[in-house]
Design a protein around this ligand. Structure first.
Ligand code: IFM
Length: 495
């Protein structure tokens, strides 16, 4: 079956004619990772603990007490990992820089040994024709900065801008794509609200303060990067913006959507794209804070011109207003881990419902239409801004078959569905420039430890041997041809 024949099966009836079979020739077909989830080498080259080292070594914080000390040893195996991407045919790789590897105390000059690792990685990527995209912060705050107050404190934003400048000076000549923060919602609300992520604090006001200081950090870092990098470089922010759907058209359910949309999306895109927090957000949280931590000049500092916006998408949310018996819905069905504390300050009355449909191993419902809705929303929200899907993927309970191959047809179907949604958004005029599959390798999935496998490449955690799954080969074929193969077009995984 040819790619275009199989694709026509997934063409929504309302778009039959507008659907090109091929992606644009300049489209980036990438994979994404983050430092703490893959690097290991936790104590090498002067690296100090980040909040995730501390958190994962605290009993009861992660599944099985697992941590990233070794992770999948990418620090030592990066050449092999880059070769895997090149062999598959990927043309882009999004990775994060470990702040405590580069600036161990979160202050002062950069440690060259730490930067050298990323210089080598970038050199190998460029030599293999793979475009690097750097994320400066994927959740590994130096512990020393958390000890000084962490993201709820303004000083952390200044520290981040300094760190961004150091990395920009070192790598800005060869890396064109820069992302300041990954998913600041998780840093603020899972880190300081529900406490299921590092540093594990459970204070709703601290979470709101953290969100503001992450926004400030983004704005200050954007200016700092631009002051040291060539003008051709692109600076972006990656948001896990939520696709929030109402349970019904009941006004109480629509009000619930407003609250969650403000807390998940408007709290970041409001100041970053439009220069202000939504009035509905400050009103809904007025019982918690007067927002006096927002100082004069902050909105302008945050509202920097951006070159692109990164969107990370996994599953939509379905919400309603307060339950009729008055019971609060709470955060337990929102897909963000078990905690007695809510990651949604001021929205404790919102009820999260399980969305219907098949789910991944994370329990997240598979719904590619959410990715289409997200992209087209931001195409309207930020006209003229280039969009990238900077994360999308699925965890499954992958296992090698007796001859060592790893066949993951569910992930192929997931990728096919979501890439079809991207292509539909492109056909409808959205300026989507690339897609980064999460993730290149099975890795440390935060509080879930190593149990949830998101990789296109299987990692044997005993030997650290890598085996491309059949989804990796499927995705590689899409990357090489610019056309999605059919879901059955690639056989079992393995070398
Ligand atoms: O593994 C994470 C990643 O670090 C951030 N986005 C979501 C992924 C899957 O949970």
């Amino acid at each position: 079956m040819s790619g275009s024949e199989s694709e026509s099966e997934s063409v929504p009836p309302q778009h039959p004619a507008a659907f090109p079979s091929a992606f644009p020739s300049a489209f980036l077909w990438g994979a994404a990772t983050s430092a703490y989830q893959i690097e290991g080498a936790a104590r090498e080259g002067g690296r100090t603990p980040s909040i995730w080292d501390t958190f994962s070594h605290t009993p009861g914080r992660t599944a099985g007490g697992e941590h990233g000390d070794i992770a999948v040893d990418h620090y030592h195996r990066y050449r092999e990992d880059v070769a895997l991407m090149a062999d598959l045919g990927l043309n882009a790789y999004r990775f994060s820089v470990s702040w405590p590897r580069v600036q161990p105390t979160g202050r002062g000059p950069a440690v060259q040994v730490g930067l050298d690792f990323y210089r080598r990685l970038v050199d190998v990527l460029l030599a293999r024709g793979i475009k690097p995209a750097i994320t400066l912060y994927h959740w590994d705050l130096p512990q020393e900065l958390e000890d000084a107050g962490g993201w709820p404190e303004r000083e952390t934003a200044y520290r981040f801008a300094e760190y961004a400048q150091l990395v920009g000076e070192a790598l800005g000549d060869r890396v064109e794509q820069w992302i300041t923060l990954n998913e600041p919602w998780c840093s603020a609300f899972l880190g300081y609200g529900s406490g299921v992520h590092a540093p594990g604090r459970t204070d709703p006001v601290a979470a709101l303060r953290a969100a503001h200081h992450l926004n400030l950090a983004h704005g200050l870092a954007t200016s700092a990067l631009r002051s040291v990098m060539p003008a051709r470089n692109s600076v972006a922010l990656s948001l896990n913006s939520a696709v929030v759907r109402p349970f019904s058209r009941d006004p109480a359910d629509l009000a619930a959507v407003r609250k969650i949309d403000d807390l998940a999306n408007g709290i970041f895109h409001g100041p970053v794209l439009h220069g202000a927090y939504p009035d509905t957000l400050t009103a809904a949280t007025a019982g918690l804070t007067d927002w006096s931590f927002v100082q004069d000049g902050d909105p302008a500092a945050i509202h920097q011109p951006l070159d692109a916006l990164g969107l990370n998408y996994y599953t939509p949310a379905l919400v309603s207003g307060p339950a009729e018996d008055g019971a609060a819905g709470g955060p337990r069905a929102d897909g963000h881990g078990a905690s007695a504390h809510s990651p949604w300050p001021g929205a404790d009355d919102v009820v999260f419902h399980q969305t219907p449909g098949e789910r991944t191993e994370m329990g997240w419902t598979i719904d590619p239409s959410g990715l289409y809705d997200l992209i087209t929303r931001y195409a309207r929200e930020a006209p003229g801004l280039a969009l990238y899907v900077t994360e999308n993927g699925a965890a499954y309970d992958d296992k090698p078959d007796p001859d060592g191959r790893v066949h993951d047809p569910e992930r192929i179907a997931y990728l096919h569905g979501h890439l079809s949604a991207v292509r539909r958004a492109l056909a409808d005029g959205a300026d989507v420039r690339g897609y980064y599959l999460w993730s290149l390798l099975d890795n440390f999935e935060w509080a879930y430890g190593y149990e949830k496998r998101f990789g296109a490449v299987y990692v044997d955690y005993g030997t650290l041997e890598r085996t491309p799954k059949s989804s990796a080969r499927w995705y590689g074929q899409a990357a090489r041809t610019g056309v999605l193969p059919g879901v059955g077009d690639v056989g079992g995984g393995g070398a």
